[in-house]
Structure formats: C-alpha cells, structure tokens
Design a protein around this ligand. Structure first.
Ligand code: SF4
Length: 376
C-alpha cells in the first residue's frame, strides 16, 4: 500500500488568534538548518513501509510560502522522487510571490492550497490574519497565472461576530475565483490559542450551534450548486480534483510525517516528533531519530478511528471491511446502524456501504460517537 508523506514547515509571520498548530514566529534564521534537518529525517526514515516513492506529498505549515524555494528544494530533491504524484503545498495570501509560485512549480509541486479563510476584511482582522480580502483574491489569480491547474482555498466559518450575510458574501466571492477545491472548517477553539483566553474572559462570543448549522447547510447547497461536490464533511471539489492525499488519510493508509511535531502511522505504531525546533534540528544532524513519543493502538482503537474517518467521507464506511477487521462486534454494529438508518441519519449504498445523510452530516460528531459507542 503506498504511503502518503506530510512535511511540516512551521514558520509564520504572526500567530493568528485561533491558531493551535505548532508554528513559530520570528524563526526565519532557522529555515536553512531546518530544511537540512528535514532532509536528514527523510533519509533516516525511508525504509520498511516508508521506502520508495510516496503516493502523495503534502507540504503544510505554518506558512510554507514564507520558505524560500531553495530550502524546499533541499528537502524534496535529495531523497524524494515526486514526479507524477499529487504534490501539494500550503500558502498564505500575504506571502504569495510570482517568482516563488513559478519556481515551486519547477520542483514538481502541482497543487496549491491557499489559506484565504474569508473575503471579509472585518473578519480577517478578527481572526488575527495579516492579509486582507484583496490580497486573498490576488493570491488565487497569481497562482492561476503562474500555471497552477489545481488550486484549493481554505475557508473558516463560525467566527465571532460572523453573520449569515457575511458568510453568504464570502462564498459568492469565492466562487468567482473559480477554485478547483474548497476546504471549509468551522472555527474550533484550541486551548493554546488567544481565542481560548478571550472566550474564557468573555471578550468574544461564538455564533450559536444553530447559526453554525445554518452556515454549513447554506455552504453545502451553494457549493454543490456551483459544481463543487462534497466528498468529505469539510471538503468540496470539482469532479477529479478531490485531494488524493486527504483521501488516503481517510482510507486509513500509512503516512509518514516529517518535521516538527509531525505525526506518522505505519499501520501498527503511531508516533510523533519533537516539538522544539532547536532539539529537532540537533537530533537530525546527529543522525538520531527526532521521535518524541509513540503509541501502539489496539484493534478496537484502530477500528474506531477507521469508522470515524470513513463516516466523514462521501464514500462511506465499508461494512465488509469493518466486519473483517472486527468480526466479534458484527451483530452490535448491525443493530446500531439499522437504527440510525431508520432515524434518517445514515443511508446504505451498494448493499454494504454506510454513509451519513445530509441530516446526519449536520450532527456528524454525534452520529459517529453513537456508532463507535459499540466499543464502550
Ligand atoms: S497562518 Fe496558520 S499556522 Fe500560521 S499562525 Fe495562522 S493559523 Fe497558525
């Protein structure tokens, strides 16, 4: 089974208010050393299931568009053949330069995911983003002009103070940009973020769960109507532009994570990397494994994760695969799933595939929790 490869580039200009990722501000001096360390890590870990060419590569962050092409080249070219596979990179509007885009294409990177988040200046400011709506539009035009034929944009909804009108306008404006793929996530409040503290001190208020559901339903219908088909709860694509890298995660395929705090899973062991950049670089330069921890999930945990990931997708959950993986729970699953089908939250396709209905998608977390409760 081919593995997918994730490379984390953690550098950002400023921390966004909602950010809970491992991103570093003011760390530009370390970029060169970090790239060399990441290249060493790829070399060290390219064996066993992670030997040879990956099925897809995703360079995420942080803000990869802050990283010079030469540094990305160090990571990709030394040990990694990327030709002929989906190779994505994330970018943020304020740092997307024409020359960077053109040069990044020459490395074999063929898909770009731009974190525009909103096309409303008030909300962008409220999110603590450092770009404005006009830079967001411009970044998509620039990527297209540079030669990217596969452009994704990220959006956030459920932002404090966001109204349905604001959300509708952003969606309409985004469609005018003609992206091939859109990822839309409802704002989640991470413990390490500035928002967490602001909510705790009652300085900001999130929209209600009903408002968030309304925003989701409007988005779902609107994007589908405009040719972007839903293929995972938060992801929409023009036919043929679904993200292969994400699909392989949801299919529970092995993945190798390179870089700071990156996670990997080889089908048996789940592990995560060092989160301190200085220690990460030194450990890799000393030819040591930058692992910070690992766990070996048991069959029940792996099955729960497989269910959770599969049910998020339009392809749904294969009951055949589930029953083979965990035969002792077959009867219990059947009862649970039959009852959720009767309630209109799940539907069956082709005899053995179960997936969320539109009503189920709106309360997906509750439905998935209900299905995996078989293990509790
Ligand atoms: S750009 Fe992304 S990674 Fe960087 S601070 Fe903002 S949310 Fe975090």
């Amino acid at each position: 089974m081919p593995y997918s490869l994730y490379i984390h580039l953690p550098f950002c200009r400023k921390k966004c208010h909602y950010c809970g990722f491992n991103s570093i501000t003011g760390g530009n001096d370390s970029i060169g050393a970090y790239a060399k360390a990441a290249s060493c890590e790829i070399y060290m870990r390219s064996h066993g299931i992670f030997d040879g060419k990956p099925g897809s590569v995703y360079i995420g962050g942080g803000t990869p568009s802050l990283v010079p092409v030469e540094a990305i080249k160090i990571i990709l070219e030394k040990n990694l053949p990327v030709s002929g596979i989906e190779c994505s990179i994330e970018a943020n509007p304020e740092s997307v330069e024409d020359s960077w885009l053109k040069n990044i294409l020459t490395l074999g990177i063929n898909r770009i995911s731009i974190g525009i988040q909103s096309l409303d200046d008030v909300l962008l400011n409220r999110l603590g983003r450092i770009h404005n709506a006009s830079q967001a539009r411009e970044s998509v035009y620039k990527a297209r002009h540079a030669g990217f034929n596969n452009i994704s944009v990220d959006l956030i909804f459920g932002v404090p103070g966001q109204t349905m009108d604001m959300w509708t306008r952003t969606l309409r404006d985004v469609i005018d940009l003609k992206p091939d793929h859109i990822s839309c996530y409802s704002l989640s409040i991470e413990e390490d973020s500035k928002y967490f503290e602001m909510i705790h001190n009652k300085k900001i208020q999130l929209p209600t769960s009903d408002d968030i559901s309304d925003m989701y339903i409007f988005m779902y219908d609107f994007l589908e109507m405009n040719g972007l088909k839903n293929y995972e709860i938060s992801n929409f694509a023009r036919p043929g532009y679904e993200c292969f890298h994400n699909i392989s995660y949801w299919n529970f395929s092995p993945y190798l994570g390179i870089g700071l705090s990156a996670h990997s899973f080889d089908g048996t062991i789940r592990r995560w990397n060092e989160s301190d950049i200085k220690r990460y670089i030194k450990t890799c330069f000393d030819s040591n494994d930058p692992v910070a921890g690992y766990e070996i999930p048991d069959q029940a945990e792996k099955t729960m994760e497989f269910i959770m990931l599969s049910l998020r997708t339009k392809n749904g959950l294969s009951m055949n695969r589930l029953n083979k993986t965990y035969p002792s729970k077959c009867a219990e699953f059947d009862i649970k799933i039959t009852s959720l089908i009767a309630s209109g939250f799940l539907e069956k396709r082709h005899g053995n595939i179960v997936r969320l209905t539109k009503n189920g998608i709106i309360i997906a977390d509750e439905i998935i929790t209900e299905v995996v409760s078989v293990f509790q």
